[in-house]
Design a protein. Sequence first.
Length: 703
Amino acid sequence: MKKILCLMLCIALMLSLCACAVPVEQTPAPSPDSTPESAPTPEPKPERTMPPLLEKQMSASNRQTLCTSDRITVGIKKDGTVVATGDNSYGQRNAEEWIDISSAYCTDTHTIGLKYDGTVVTLGNDNEARFDLKDWTDIIALDVNGDSIGGLKSDGTVKVISNGEDTSICYSDWTDIKDISITGFIVAGLKKDGTVVVAGETGGECNWTNIVKISTFQNRIIGLKSDGSVVTPSFDAESEFVPCFNEEQVKAIESWTDIVDVRMNGDMAVGLKSDGTVVAVGINDNNVKPLAKTEEWTDIVKVRVTEHVWGLNGEKIVGLKSDGNVVAAGYSENQKKVMERWSDIIDINISNGASDIVVGLKSDGSVVALGSNNYGECDVDGWTNILLPDEVPKFSDDPSDLEEFQPSIPDAPKPLVPLMASNMQTISAGFWHTVAVESNGRGLACGDDNQGQCFMMGWSDIVSVSAGMDNSVALKHDGTVLFSGGAGDFNYWSSDLQLWTDIVAISTFSDHIVGLKNDGTVVADYRKDDPEGYFGECKVQDWTDIVAISAGYFHSVGLKNDGTVVAVGRNESGECDVKSWTNIVAVSAGHNYTVGLKADGTVVVTGTSLRGDVKGWKDIVAISAGVGHIVGLKSDGTVVAVGNNKTGACDVENWTDIVAVSAGLDFTVGLKSDGTMVAVGKNDKGQCAVNGWSDIMLPDKNM
């Protein structure tokens, strides 16, 4: 054994010596001028060259990356492209192909963009060629007011077009201008030496010096001096235009000190002080008066003022605080509550008309908006990567990667509540009107509009609607709620529906509205003249595990996830006697009765006995309770109905291919699988005028 081990060790030693004797091919050392193929030297990244006019454009006092009017809102993205929402009657929203935009301005009928190369692009109403700016070059700042536009060139001269007429020749002797302000009555230029030139109707001479900022409206002008004081021309009693400031008002304005910004409109002059407080002087009736409780504001860094609208209260001011919060004066309490919820705002802008549009740019490049939204001008929910005011934008010849600026669409939050078919009402019959959702998310309405309940212009991203007596409510994709009716009263409800969030279903019938939240809880509100609901129909705060809701005349019904049902409110006819119900998959509350759809396709009813017999119904997949009749949709697309048929509201026996039904006061509407609608019953208010409707959203689109 020892001999064998010794032999094995000798063989191993010989093999190792042989291996060491094998010559190893050496890899030559790389020469200093050579580069290994596996690690090529990257080419140097070309330097980013800023367009020569961009720096001047960014320093312009009236540069805007987010603008709004009564009809449209426009934003510049970080890559120099543009997004817009609102009215497009004149094509003013069609800016998809614009690039290299540095600043944007909008009126009700026009959108104007200033490009990095100093040229100007326009969209909108070309009647009388109002804004033909193809020949404008080297522009570093714009000011737009109605049908007048002024441009400041890099050489300190100006260009002006008013009502389609190029009046630049009138300002050919203006030089060394560093800021421009224009109205329909005057054009004002601030010179580099701090003096001011004015053309048009003013209430006095402007022999001013040391001016650092000017602001104009109509035939009025104020100037901010380098020492923080403010000057304005005195009142001219001979002026045929809007009166300028009177002597008392001039005295009040010129008493201001430590001002860092001035703004004015048809109702007031506003000054922002260096300590973050705000001062204001009113113009209405030639009175000097403090305005809209701005005296208590602190830490303000920006102010914006609405322009005067004849016959309306124009005293509206919005202030941006240093912490990114927003305060407002002159707006309704509900509007102020909405703005108080905003945070991380770094810029604000407001419309110059009657719609009270306020837009806020957040530090993350998203946008929030508040206002009437008549044309969809507040539909900014999905906007991202909007250019910040002091941010250097990208431009088309920038070698940097632009992919980082492409918007990322987050996945929609999945509701905890199952999206049941009964929640997604894309058609709804009210007392005397009908509402529906088009497949593009817009709203349609017909019938009685005496309270403005059919006014749905500008509504978008809608997934569900509900029509009541003299109101309409709509649920948006983001879980917020829209409302019309009540004679346009913003305070129609006792609280602010704009504060509702995370809603997955809504229902209204007469004087109250019910909303289902995605956590299975329920919120409700009542008309402001209805003391907390006449019969307690809004006492739903303790409900949990709810998956469907329905509002009746004076009661509310909720379907729980275990198939049982709860109800609150008036119970004079037994409409709330639902405790014994089980295996329910849908509910609908009528005038003084409640209808339930069972899992086996049969139907149960509690309440008044005047609605007819539903015991023989089977294969039902959807139900709707009106004021005096009940409608059921069968699995084969046909429809059955029982109840009061004096007006023909139950004459649905010939309907086919139906996918949704809704029962109103004394009429019935149905949605067909091809997106068209049918209606029967009383049509004295035009509530059944749906024959021409098409492309209505099908209920399962949002399931």
